[in-house]
Design a protein around this ligand. Sequence first.
Ligand code: AMP
Ligand code: MG
Length: 491
Amino acid sequence: MTDNQGARHAGWKFDNSYARLPAFFYSRLDPTPVRSPQLAVLNVPLAASLGLDAQALRSEEGAAVLAGNRLPEGAEPLAQAYAGHQFGHFTMLGDGRALLLGEQITPSGERFDIQLKGAGVTPYSRQGDGRAALGPMLREYIISEAMHALGIPTTRSLAVVATGEPVYRETALPGAVLARVASSHVRVGTFQYAAAWGAPEALKQLADYTLRRHYPEADEDGNRYLALLRGAIRRQAELVAKWQLVGFVHGVMNTDNMALSGETIDYGPCAFIDAYDPETVFSSIDVHGRYAYGRQPYIAAWNLARFAETLLPLLDDDRNRAVELAEEELAAFGEWFRRHWLAGMRAKLGLSNEEPEDEHLAEELLGLMKEHKADYTNTFRALTRGKPEETALHGTEAFARWLERWRARASRQPEAETVSRQRMLGHNPAVIPRNHRVEEALDAAVNRGDYRVMERLLAALSRPYAHTPEQEEYTAPPEPSERPYRTFCGT
Ligand code: AMP
Ligand code: MG
C-alpha cells in the first residue's frame, strides 16, 4: 500500500453539519501548508475510538493530513465566526488560527469536530500569525488528556505535528499543529456573534442546531429555547464543580471559551493548584484575579447570563416575560453547582449517605488546608490512604479535632469501611498534571527532542485513580523554588 492510499484509508468519515449552516457562521478556507510535518505525538486509543487507523496516521501522508498540508476525503475546512467577552470586554473574534476540518462520524455513530489548531491565518486572525508553538500544543495535549482521564468532560487531543517552521513570539520557537477533537466548537461566543450581527433567523438557526447536536432530549412541544438555556446551565454547573473538585484553574474563562457541549475547552494558561488557596491565579495576564480558582463558579454564572441575554428574543415575544424566564433559570445555577460539588466532596471524603453538616465538614477541611498551605491533591490522597500523618495539617489540634469528627461521621453511614475506601480511591486522584512535571516533559521534548519524559508522564496521567507504586514519583509537590508558577498567553 502506498502512503497515499494509507491516508485515504485512515478511516476518515466526515459529515459536516456546521458547514451546512448559513455562510454567516464561518469562512471557508484551506489550511496553509507547513514546511516539513513531523508527527510529535499521536493518541492511539483516541484514534481507534474515532475509527481512525493509527498506522495510517503515522505515515508521511497521515502526518501531512494532521498538519493541514493535505485534506482527507470529505473534509470541508472552515474557520468559525464568533464573538466573546474577553476579561469582560465584548469583541469580535473567530477562529484566528484554527480550522475545522469536518465532523468525524465514529464507528458507534457519534459525531466529533476535528479541528487543526495552528493551521494558518484566517479572516479572523487580526494581527496574529495563525500559528501555534510546539510547547503550548504539547501542553494542551497533556492537560486535556489528563482531564479526560480524570473523568471531566473535555475536548481531546488526537495528535501534535511539528511543522518544521519557526513561530515568533518573544523568541523564535518551533511551530506545531494540534489536532483537536470536540463534541463541537459552538460557544457562548457563537451565540453572541449571532445575536449581535446576525439576522433574527440566524440566532434561531444556531439555537436549533445546538439543540439538535447537544440537547436532543429537549422537548419539541415545550419552550425548547428555555430547555437549551437550562441544559447549558446544568452542564456548566456540573463541569465547573468537577474543576473545583480536582483543583483545575482554567485561567481564561472568556465567553468564547465556554462550549455549549459542556466540555472544557481552550487550554491556554490553565494549571492545577498545589497548595490550596481559592485566590490562586496562574495566568500572567490575569492581573486582577478575575479567573482565580475560587471565582470560577461566579464567572461561569456570569458567562451564562451573557448566554441567556442572547436567547431572550427566542424565549418569549414579550421581552419582560423573556427576562423573567431567563432569570429564573440563571438563579438555579448556584444550587446546581453546590449540589454537584457537595456530591463530589462527599465522595472524596468516602461518604455515601447525606447529612446536613457534610458541607461544613468539607469547608472546614478546606479552611485548614488554606491556613496551612496544604497540598490539595495530596491531602485527600493521604486521607484516602488512611495516613493523615502525611498531610501538612498533621500535628495541629484543629486537624485532630476534624479527623475525629470525620471518623465519627463516616461511621454513621451504611457502607463498610472497605467500600468507603474504594469510593475515596475512585474520587481522589494520585496523579494530576503537576506544573513542574509538565514543564519538565515539555523541556525534554521541545528543547532536546526527547519525548520519553512526556510519554511516561502521559502514561501516569492516563490512570489517575490507580494509586500504583510507580505513580508515587508524580505525587511530589513542587519545590519552593518552582513557585509561584506562571502561565503565559500568546501561545
Ligand atoms: P484564545 O485566547 O486562545 O481563546 O484566543 C483568543 C482569540 O485570539 C481567538 O480568536 C484566537 O483564534 C485568536 N488567536 C490566538 N492566537 C492567535 C494567533 N497566533 N494568530 C491568530 N489568531 C490567534
Ligand atoms: Mg479561545
